[in-house]
Design a binder for this molecule. Structure first.
Ligand code: CP3
Length: 314
């Protein structure tokens, strides 16, 4: 979960000079971008695309605006807009992702697992209506246009299951479902707009381990009942306590991404060792509470991976 390798000078070199979506559709460069973290000694490779790649394939073009993130050319506003979104997108519309998966797998020769992902309907819907993580605005849209809002969630849910099933059949080793902004919802909204869609997607796209990420993971009981095998934990959770409470789960996290951005390599190494101890060496994926911030020094990322390697050897 490095949401934009922009902290990595090698990524920025490969990325230079193309718009985000053109870059992502350039399979050769997307392969290079996906493989960038390999040289640091990570344990898995996440493919390079975006959670908005799927709505683009469904018929809603996006552009990446530097201060705002992904913005649709024509935000969804009406039933007619909704009807233009294809809930079972043609395989041709995301052929570049399938090719990317094939090429990265060929390159890795099973040396590392390949992780694919999708945004969950709620978080992707916020981008489709043009509000992004401004939850108050998304809430207003849902109140004013309840039928369009529900229809949008349903269509995204169907397309997501379909997309993930295709990538699993193509050989993806696991997937991560990102409902990044659902942590901002009330528990009632979460039970309506997030949990049922997670359950449905996990139920209808089985066969590989599934990771659920909700930023800061506030409603642990609902998150645990989603059917995901792996839960990403926020930095405020006590990893050892959650592990004791839910021994059947695999937990991912939860070193603080802010520390990676602003701390010293020694502080990062110490926090990593603490996390490894709390994770208990089993059913734990060392990760951050959110993606690597673009202002993160490379030395801190290196310290994170190095502390993990040393921890495993000692
Ligand atoms: O992280 C990786 O490099 C792997 C591929 C990946 C991207 N986006 C590529 C990307 C992944 C896993 C994502 C997930 C994603 N995208 C999420 C869920 C994870 C999270 O961060 O909570 C969300 C909410 C998005 C939506 C999105 N895409 C935003 C908000 C932005 C702008 C980020 C910013 O800080 O400006 C993007 C753009 C994006 N997606 C980039 C990349 C590499 C940066 C584009 C660039 O290269 O300029």
């Amino acid at each position: 979960m490095r949401q934009a390798g922009r902290w990595d000078p090698e990524f920025n070199r490969i990325r230079a000079g193309k718009s985000f979506y053109a870059f992502s559709e350039d399979v050769e460069r997307a392969v290079q971008a996906s493989l960038c973290p390999r040289r640091f000694g990570v344990d898995g490779i996440i493919l390079f695309y975006d959670i908005t790649t799927l709505p683009v394939a469904m018929g809603l073009p996006f552009a990446l605006q530097p201060s705002r993130g992904p913005v649709p050319d024509r935000p969804i506003r009406s039933r007619a807009d909704l009807d233009r979104l294809n809930s079972i997108p043609d395989l041709e519309s995301y052929r570049h992702i399938r090719q990317l998966l094939r090429c990265v797998r060929e390159e890795l020769k099973a040396e590392l697992p390949v992780i694919v992902f999708a945004g969950a309907p709620f978080t992707v819907a916020t981008y489709c209506i043009g509000t992004g993580k401004d939850i108050a605005q998304a809430r207003r849209f849902a109140a004013e246009q309840p039928v369009v809002w529900r229809g949008l969630l349903d269509r995204l849910g169907e397309a997501t299951s379909h997309f993930l099933r295709t990538l699993i059949a193509d050989g993806a080793d696991l997937y991560q479902l990102f409902d990044s902004w659902a942590g901002e919802l009330t528990p009632e909204e979460y039970a309506d707009w997030a949990l049922p869609y997670h359950r449905n997607i996990f139920f209808s796209a089985p066969g590989v381990p599934r990771i659920l990420f909700v930023k800061e993971c506030p409603y642990l009981d609902q998150i645990v009942s989603s059917g995901a095998e792996v839960i990403s934990l926020g930095s405020r959770h006590d990893l050892a306590a959650v592990r004791a409470q839910h021994p059947h789960l695999v937990l991912q996290g939860n070193v603080d991404a802010d520390l990676l951005r602003s701390g010293t390599p020694e502080q990062v190494a110490e926090a990593t060792r603490r996390c490894l101890r709390a994770g208990g060496g089993q059913r734990h994926i060392l990760n951050l509470n959110h993606g690597v911030d673009k202002a993160t020094p490379v030395a801190n990322f290196e310290a994170f991976v190095r502390a993990d390697r040393a921890g495993l050897e000692s």
